[in-house]
Structure formats: C-alpha cells, structure tokens
Design a binder for this molecule. Structure first.
Ligand code: NCD
Length: 328
C-alpha cells in the first residue's frame, strides 16, 4: 500500500481487500468490553478540517482514539486560517507538533495531494474529502457496508462484490463520494451505473469505468444497491434543474420506487440526507436503508486505514484480549 491515501483510484484490489478485511477485525473490537487497542499509542493523528463535517470528522476522531493515538482536532473556523494563514504555514505548524498522520478535508480539489507531495510534512496524509474530487474512506466504508449486507458472514473471499450491480443516483457532478465509489467498486469487480439529470453528469464521464443512464426506473429493478446522493447546493453556481419538486419526482427515491428494487437490495446514503429531496423519510427510516450502519462501519474502516498507513502489517488485533496485553 502507498504511504498516503489520496484517491480510491490509487488502491489495487489487494490493497482494498486488505483494508476491508482489517476493518472487519477492527469491527470485532467494538464487541469487546474494552473497545480500545494499544496499537497507535504514542502516535499523533491530526484532523485538519477546512470544510464543515459531522460524520467524517467524528468518525476519524473515534477511530484514532480507539487505536489509542493522541488526537488533535483542527477546524479552520476559529483558527489562524481565518486570519489568512496558508496551507503551507498550517502544515509546518503541524509538522512542528510531530503529526504522524494528517487527515485533511478541504474545499479545494487537490489540497491533500499538495500536502502529501510538498515535503512540508513527514506524516501520512489521508484525504477526508477534497472539493469535488475524491473521498476514498467513504468509498471504503461503503464497500464494507455492501460486503456485510449483500454477502454477510461469508464475506472475505476478496471477490465479494464481483458482478454486483451498484447504482449511484443524483448530483454526480459535485460528488467526491460518487467519484471515489466508481473507482473502488470497479477495482473490486462491481458494475456501476450512474443515474443523474444530464446537467449533473460530469464532462469526461465516458472515461470513467461505469455506465450512465437517464432512466432511473429501468435501472432500479436490476440493482443490488442504490446509493442516493445529496444535491450539493453549496457547490452550485448555476441552476442545474428547474425546481426541487421536479428533481425529487424524477431522481428521488420514495417507497413506491424502493418496492421495485429486488428484495435483497439495499439503499445507501453517505449523509447528510435531505429528506424530502433525494430520499423520502419512509425510505430513509426503512430497514433497507443503511445510512446509520454506514456511519458505524466508518469507524472500523478508518481504524483500518490509520493502522495500515501508520505501519501495521500484521493481523491488526490478537485473537484474545490477553494476547493484546502481552504485545503492548
Ligand atoms: C459527503 C461529503 O462530504 O462529501 N458526506 C460525507 O462525507 N459523509 C457527501 C455530502 O456532503 O453530501
């Protein structure tokens, strides 16, 4: 595996499967009376968030803490960034504090890459979402959720998502989640179809390893998982569809449409959800919707990523808590 996690497209199939299998081991820690591993004791993880976040930030924080790392949370609001400090000076400050890993979310596509290749810091860089570019740990936690829900206890062969049909619906143009998912799911052998209004399909999508359809209703009955995306108004500088009502009618998911999906198929959403827009409350609250599970799985997946990037190369956890004590 590379030293940083910037893009899902950088992951080989073996890398991705190693992360997912390690995440499965990490998830088992949550079932123990003491939900903590000593693995990253003495290491420092900095969460550097230049953009708003609820799930991703607390998920990385929980993941680092469960591995016993020291965690520093930095949010641009209320820091010297609002006084005009550059990414470089912020990075040099973090380096001076001895950060072993920097988890960065930034509004500019490419900011994590810049940080990883600049030489400003020595630690591992993890992309927690950059502009409209990528969000690799979200794609990993989504794949983990699909493996668990669609394959269940038998998952872990490395070919679990082979031939599975995954449909991603909504604002693909502004979605780093969609981009990362397309790359990762393709690497894992799944068949991805994007469904979006023509105005919200990115230029150059022909080069992506997926299909594009404008006909939601013909794709849903053939899907094993349907991932609904939020309409990212904060990134829009023009009118991409006539009205919210029209968008919701043509691209949203309601109970009737969900009923046309195969019985085993799941509905996914990275959050935050706009109920009534891309998803109705009935669908969001149904057993088939994995939004809350995705959040829980995010902690295990990010534990696996931090563990592997910070040097773990054996089985992440010893078979029994007693062995864990010994290996401290
Ligand atoms: C996504 C993001 O920030 O890209 N959310 C997340 O990380 N859970 C998607 C979104 O904001 O709609």
């Amino acid at each position: 595996m590379k030293r940083h996690l910037i893009s899902a497209a950088d992951l080989t199939r073996d890398d991705a499967v190693l992360i997912l299998d390690t995440a499965e081991e990490m998830a088992r820690v949550a079932d123990r009376p003491i939900k903590k591993l000593p693995t990253l004791r003495g290491r420092t993880v900095v969460n550097l968030f230049f953009e708003d976040s609820t799930r991703t930030r607390i998920s990385f924080e929980a993941a680092a803490k469960r591995l016993s790392a020291d965690v520093i949370n930095f949010s641009a609001k209320g820091s010297s960034v609002s006084k005009g400090e550059s990414l470089k000076d912020t990075a040099l400050t973090l380096e001076a504090m001895g950060a072993d890993a920097v988890v960065i979310r930034h509004g500019a596509s490419g900011a994590p890459y810049r940080l990883a290749t600049s030489g400003w810091i020595d630690g591992a860089v993890v992309n927690a979402g950059d502009g409209t570019h990528e969000h690799p740990t979200q794609a990993l936690l989504d794949a983990f959720t699909m493996r668990r829900r669609l394959v269940g206890a038998d998952a872990g062969t490395g070919r679990d998502l082979d031939g599975r049909r995954i449909t991603i619906v909504g604002d693909v143009l502004h979605s780093r989640v969609a981009r990362s998912n397309v790359h990762l799911l393709h690497t894992l052998g799944a068949e991805v179809t994007l469904v979006a209004p023509p105005t919200l399909v990115p230029i150059g999508v022909e080069q992506w390893p997926c299909e594009v359809s404008y006909d939601r209703d013909s794709v849903l009955p053939k899907s094993d998982a349907v991932m609904m995306l939020r309409v990212q108004r904060e990134r829009m500088n023009a009118a991409f569809f006539p009205t919210e009502r029209e968008y919701s009618r043509r691209y949203g998911l309601d109970g009737d449409r969900m009923a046309r999906m195969p019985e085993h198929a799941i509905v996914m959403h990275p959050g935050p959800m706009n109920r009534g827009m891309e998803i109705t409350a009935q669908v969001a609250d149904s057993d088939r919707c994995t939004a809350v599970e995705q959040v829980a799985n995010g902690v295990s997946t990010r534990m696996a990523v931090l563990y592997l990037l910070l040097g773990g190369n054996e089985s992440a956890i010893s078979p029994t808590p007693a062995r864990t004590e010994e290996s401290k």
